[in-house]
Write a protein that binds this ligand. Structure first.
Ligand code: SF4
Length: 467
């Protein structure tokens, strides 16, 4: 019997990259590869890269540098680079890191088994970065079983690429133009997930609410998909992210309001609170339009939580413009937000502006970022305090990483809840339970599980109650 080859995969970047990595591992497992946690055990090393920020790109090359040294000691190891940096840099990767064996792009994932075979047969510099359009990459992958990170919640990519061309963003260059996956292929995958016992799915896309806009053979969008997925027995929670403010239609908001399985959580990046900066970012909306959208969501779905994203230090951003971004956190009424300092990306107009005199010094970016993070923290705490003494539905994920005496899960509005209970982890993981919130922190809630009488009794009888 031959020993299976081993693969180590490092993922950088967004959830879409993580979902792509799950698929890569699924494809390789089908070829007999065994995933390993330690890179020193691997025959094949893959880094799935992100190019959204310079730091993520640097990290990818830092991994390659370390792996190159491993390969110098053991030339049989094969090294592959995937993802957005691979898509953008193409065979330039081989020049920068000559020990790399395989470079494959964001739309060539389905070719991975063939590429790996060629590399192990002794072919040098195996390259696959051609776009596979007109189909969505996941439409090529219908018979693959991704290797999921857990067995409760699953990512489901439904759209790739983006047509917006915001002036700071590389996604349209790395992931290409928007291509939606067919509903048939998505529904088939979700049926499989339900059969495997998954309870929650998160539909993914760079602009997930643009789903279906590129279909030429049907009028079908995210709302229609949500209504269909809602009918799949076994799936109890459906989320979607990331939305673009311009594509979040009333019909989608209605679906969130009407469908019990669709969670009351919508992530819509605002990016800046100043209208001139928004225009220069080419976002297509004003701050007031963003506020109106959030208000509309809360009016229609009163228990919803909207979260956002922000960029600070965009080329030319003045103190006053930055101040409007800070103010927008409270004005918009969002619950939370991710924030990052602007990072110039080659090919984009904003990077050109930065090079031509509009650069914000790094120290100023960092100072602004800290101010914004503080504003987000205060807003998030305020919103979380609204949950005090309320009972919320939580899908239990497992032990809290910070406090192993507590279990952790998420509310319908995507709040992390850490809670105490007398029941064991095994009895609760994957269950929907009620938790009474006793403490609100800026980025999580703490509470006590509300024990239904029948669960309490059956747990005691079955010995599931923790000693
Ligand atoms: S909408 Fe999002 S993914 Fe598309 S270009 Fe703008 S920032 Fe990038």
């Amino acid at each position: 019997m031959t020993t299976p080859r081993k693969v180590y995969l490092e993922t950088l970047g967004c959830q879409m990259n993580f979902n792509d990595s799950e698929v890569m591992l699924g494809l390789l497992q089908k070829e007999g590869f065994e995933p390993v946690e330690n890179k020193l055990d691997a025959d094949l090393l893959i880094v799935n890269t992100c190019q959204i920020r310079g730091s993520a790109e640097d990290k990818a090359f830092s991994h390659l540098g370390t792996w190159g040294k491993l390969k110098a000691k053991n030339p049989k190891i094969k090294i592959a680079m995937a993802g957005c940096v691979a898509q953008q840099t193409k065979d330039g990767i081989f020049k920068r890191a000559p020990y790399v064996d395989i470079v494959f792009g964001t739309q060539n994932i389905h070719e991975l088994p063939e590429l790996v075979r060629r590399a192990f047969e002794g072919n040098n510099r195996v390259l696959a970065v051609d776009r596979q359009k007109p189909r969505n990459t996941y439409d090529y992958l219908t018979d693959v079983a991704p290797r999921r990170e857990n067995d409760i919640s699953a990512w489901v990519t439904i759209i790739e690429g983006c047509d917006y061309f915001c002036t700071y963003c590389v996604v349209p260059y790395t992931r290409g133009r928007q291509i939606s996956r067919t509903p048939e292929s998505i529904i088939r995958e979700v049926f499989q997930l339900a059969a495997q016992g998954f309870k929650e799915i998160t539909l993914l896309g760079q602009t997930v609410d643009s789903y279906g806009k590129d279909f030429t053979d049907r009028h079908y969008g995210l709302a229609e998909l949500l209504y269909e997925l809602h009918e799949i027995e076994g799936i109890e929670r459906i989320r979607f992210m990331t939305s673009h403010p311009l594509d979040l239609t009333d019909r989608i908001i209605d679906a969130v309001a009407e469908l019990p399985k669709v969670m009351e959580y919508i992530h819509i990046p605002m990016q800046a609170g100043d209208d001139e900066i928004l225009a220069r970012m080419r976002r297509g909306y004003t701050s007031q339009q963003y506020y109106d959208l959030v208000r509309k969501i809360y009016d229609r779905v009163p228990n919803a939580a909207v979260s956002g994203d922000y960029i600070v230090g965009f080329p030319g951003e003045t103190d006053a413009q930055f101040q409007r971004t800070v103010e927008s956190v409270a004005l918009s009424g969002i619950h939370n937000a991710n924030s990052a300092a602007y990072s110039p990306r080659k090919q984009t107009p904003a990077a050109f502006w930065e090079l031509h005199g509009e650069e914000i010094p790094e120290a100023v970016k960092e100072e602004r970022l800290q101010i914004l993070i503080e504003a987000i923290r205060a807003q998030s705490l305020k919103k979380n305090q609204g949950y005090l003494n309320c009972e919320v539905e939580v899908l239990v994920e497992g032990k809290s990483k910070r406090n192993p005496n507590r279990l952790t899960g998420r509310t319908r509005s995507n709040k992390v809840v850490n809670f105490e209970t007398s029941l064991s982890e095994d009895a609760l993981v994957g269950q929907l339970i009620q938790v009474k919130i006793q403490e609100a922190l800026p980025f999580s809630l703490i509470g006590q599980m509300v024990l239904p009488a029948e669960l309490s009794q059956s747990a005691v009888l079955s010995g599931a109650v923790a000693p």
